[in-house]
Design a protein around this ligand. Structure first.
Ligand code: NAI
Ligand code: MG
Length: 498
């Protein structure tokens, strides 16, 4: 196997500096409790590093540092141009260490190195550069209401921001959160997912090197419930929480926010309909169905996990889909040839296997996969690419987010029928339509209740394009100018002119 040898690893020096510490007030410190936890390589189950286990006491310290940096530090006095320059410098620093980040991401999360290298890392860099440009473009307005008064608005930062992120795109999610918050002049505490803390910690090191003032970016690694994540969402001196993760966790975070009515933005799960009409370019749609569900091992909130096929093409489509799914090269993510890696953890692997069992019990037909691979891969947290046909939209595997390489295939007879079925789900993050008929495409694009709709494509992203959910997929839009709304608040100032 062409797995990169340990001696060649660009991230070796970083990994050898274990246990990794917390970044609080510009200093790297142990957890108050002295506790650490292990982060594992999901391809092998081996320990990659030990990491400080932050808890409430550390969150308290980090919030104090962030508050002090917000109220009294050089950050608030800095020009927006200088803030933007720091963001550009951070983007340059990530780019200079791109290989190291790609390796860290693949080792910690399991994803194929080609994806880390060509998707996660470049998109993180793009996000920082995009928001670096925004730092100098945040404006208020003047409104002519009454000649006796002059009114102007100020768009100000929200203040101290808590950001809780998941493990599926560890560096990219950190970028989506940090970049707009910093461009707007906030200070922040980032809580990375316990499964994948490493790339965020390396990002923290680079942020210190490029000169972000102390206390502006604080990073507290640790767990969620009854621990660091919960303490952050409950904290009375945190002005806003931005969260990406499970819908159930989002609801808990919202409840925890009521103490001080902090602002909350939530990017939660999905169960996207991926709809293929008989008049579509079938080969392109098969490819789209494959990336739609198997990209990142299916651990994608906008995964096309419900594939709706028009009845007349079902047999042909399924034959092609099965062949492609079975042809995916599954293996250690560090192998350049790997197309699908392990799930992030044993817990996720087991959760996915229980959904596969549920699908079989409910009477769906297993087209391929449905088991853990054996041999070399048995020690990692792998699940074979799995396709179920004959799925009914009421089944558990059609309604709940599986977050794994498990596709549910349904069929339909008419546009009206598929529009109704597509929307019969609690989530509304994304959807896709494959057809050559532009009327049908735009009609469905307007009918699908979701924050993103792809037409004849899937999983296309850009830092300038808003992303977020309808219904229980959350609220608030990240990316684009819309994230500026999340991290600023408006003040109107009245001046007597009479
Ligand atoms: P999770 O939502 O529990 O974890 C995400 C982050 O929230 C982590 O940093 C975690 O430490 C933190 N967290 C957990 N409980 C918390 C609490 N009570 N208060 C504050 N922070 C808390 O997701 P988990 O358990 O890792 O995965 C379970 C399922 O969630 C997955 O199978 C998938 O369906 C969904 N998920 C969705 C994601 C998305 O992008 N929409 C990302 C990750 C998971
Ligand atoms: Mg959880």
């Amino acid at each position: 196997m062409a797995v990169v040898q340990e001696k060649e690893l660009a991230c070796k020096a970083f990994l050898s500096g274990s246990p990794k510490k917390l970044l609080i007030g510009g200093k790297w410190v142990d957890a108050e409790s002295g506790k650490t936890f292990e982060t594992l390589n999901p391809a092998t189950g081996e320990v990659l590093a030990k990491v400080a286990e932050g808890s409430k006491a550390d969150i308290d310290k980090a919030v104090k540092a962030a508050r002090d940096a917000f109220e009294n530090g050089p950050w608030r006095k800095m020009s927006s141009y200088e803030r933007g320059r720091l963001l550009y410098k951070l983007a340059d620093a990530i780019e200079a260490h791109a290989d190291e980040f790609a390796q860290l991401e693949t080792l910690d999360n399991g994803k194929p190195i080609r994806e880390s290298r060509y998707v996660d890392v470049p998109q993180a860099i793009e996000t920082f550069r995009y928001y670096a440009g925004w730092a100098t473009k945040i404006e208020g307005e003047t409104v002519n209401v009454n000649p006796d008064f002059f009114n102007y608005t100020l768009r100000e930062p929200v203040g101290v921001v808590g950001q809780i992120i998941p493990w599926n795109f560890p560096l990219l999610m950190a970028a989506w959160k940090l970049a707009p918050a910093l461009a707007c002049g906030n200070t922040l505490i980032l809580k990375p997912a316990e499964q994948t803390p490493l790339s965020a910690l390396r990002l923290g090191e680079l942020a210190c090197e490029v000169g972000f003032p102390e206390g502006v970016i604080n990073i507290v690694t640790g767990f969620g419930e009854n621990s660091a994540g919960e303490a952050l969402s409950r904290h009375m001196d945190v002005d806003k929480i931005a969260f990406t993760g499970e819908d159930k966790t989002g609801k808990k975070i919202l409840e925890a926010s009521t103490g001080n009515l902090k602002r909350v933005s939530l990017e939660l799960g999905g169960k996207a309909p991926n709809i293929v009409f008989a008049d579509a370019d079938i080969d392109a749609a098969v490819k789209g169905a494959i990336t739609g569900i198997f990209f990142n091992q299916g651990q994608v909130c906008c995964a096309g996990s419900r594939l709706f096929l028009e009845k007349s093409i079902q047999d042909e489509f399924l034959t092609k889909l099965k062949e492609k799914a079975e042809g995916l090269r599954q293996g250690n993510g560090m192998d350049e040839k790997t197309q699908i890696g392990p799930q992030v953890s044993k817990e996720q692997q087991e959760r996915i296997m229980s959904y596969i069992e549920a699908g079989q019990k409910e009477g769906a037909k297993l087209v391929c996969g449905g088991e853990r691979p054996g041999g070399d891969l048995a020690k990692g947290y792998f699940v074979k690419p799995t396709v179920f046909s004959g799925v009914n939209n009421n089944m558990k595997i059609a309604q709940e987010e599986i977050f794994g390489p498990v596709l549910s295939v349904l069929n339909f007879g008419s546009v009206e029928e598929v529009a109704e079925q597509a929307n019969k789900v609690a989530f509304g993050l994304s959807g896709a339509v494959w057809t050559k008929d532009i009327k049908k495409a735009h009609k469905l694009a307007s009918q699908i209740k979701a924050g993103t709709v792809w037409v004849n494509c899937y999983n296309v992203f850009n830092a300038a394009i808003p992303f977020g959910g309808y219904k229980q997929s959350g609220y608030g839009r990240e990316l684009g100018k819309h994230a500026i709304e999340l991290y600023t608040q408006i003040k109107s100032v009245w001046v007597d002119m009479s």
